[in-house]
Design a protein around this ligand. Structure first.
Ligand SMILES: [Zn+2]
Ligand SMILES: [Zn+2]
Length: 150
C-alpha cells in the first residue's frame, strides 16, 4: 500500500490538484484491485464520511483519464478499477461468480499492442479477457456433484 505522500506525488505528477476525495479514491483503488464503483464509494465513505456518488464518479473519471487508474469492464460486468496501469496486463474472469484476477501478458511487454494492421489508428491498449471458472467455483461444482451421487 502506497503512503499518502506517494499518492500526492502521483497526483502532482499527473498535473492533478491534491484533494482529499482524490487521495481517498486512489487509496481505495490501490487497496482493492478490480473493485467496482459501489465498493469504492463504500471505502471512500468509510474514510471521509459522506461523499456523493457523483463526486466519486468524477474523481474516477479524472484519475482514469490522467492514466493513474485503469478502468476495465468485462462483458456482463459493471466497470471496475485498478491501480496497476501502463503494463497492458490481461484479466481472467470467472463465468460463474465474476471473480477477476490479473494475468501478465503472455509474451512479455505489451506485444499485443503491435497490431498486424493498425488501420492508421494510434493504438494504446489491447484488451484480452480470458474467461473460465475460478477454483472456488470448481470446488463448489464438484461438491454438488458428490452430493447428488450419494
Ligand atoms: Zn468463481
Ligand atoms: Zn488487473
Amino acid at each position: 500500500m502506497p503512503h499518502t505522500a506517494d499518492l500526492e506525488q502521483l497526483l502532482r505528477g499527473a498535473d492533478l490538484r491534491v484533494t482529499r476525495p482524490r487521495i481517498a479514491v486512489l487509496t481505495a483503488v490501490h487497496a482493492q484491485p478490480h473493485a467496482d464503483t459501489d465498493a469504492l464509494i463504500a471505502a471512500v465513505r468509510a474514510d471521509l464520511g459522506d461523499v456523493s456518488h457523483q463526486a466519486v464518479y468524477d474523481v474516477l473519471r479524472a484519475l482514469t483519464s490522467a492514466g493513474l487508474v485503469r478502468r476495465i469492464q468485462p462483458m456482463g460486468s459493471v466497470a471496475r478499477y485498478e491501480s496497476r496501469v501502463g503494463d497492458n496486463h490481461h484479466h481472467v474472469v470467472c463465468r460463474s461468480c465474476g471473480a477477476i484476477a490479473d494475468v501478465d501478458c503472455a509474451v512479455g511487454d505489451t506485444p499485443c499492442l503491435t497490431a498486424a494492421n493498425d488501420h492508421g489508428f494510434t493504438i494504446d491498449e489491447a484488451e484480452v479477457v480470458y474467461w473460465g471458472v475460478c477454483s472456488d467455483c470448481q470446488n463448489a461444482d464438484s461438491s454438488i456433484r458428490e452430493d447428488t451421487r450419494v
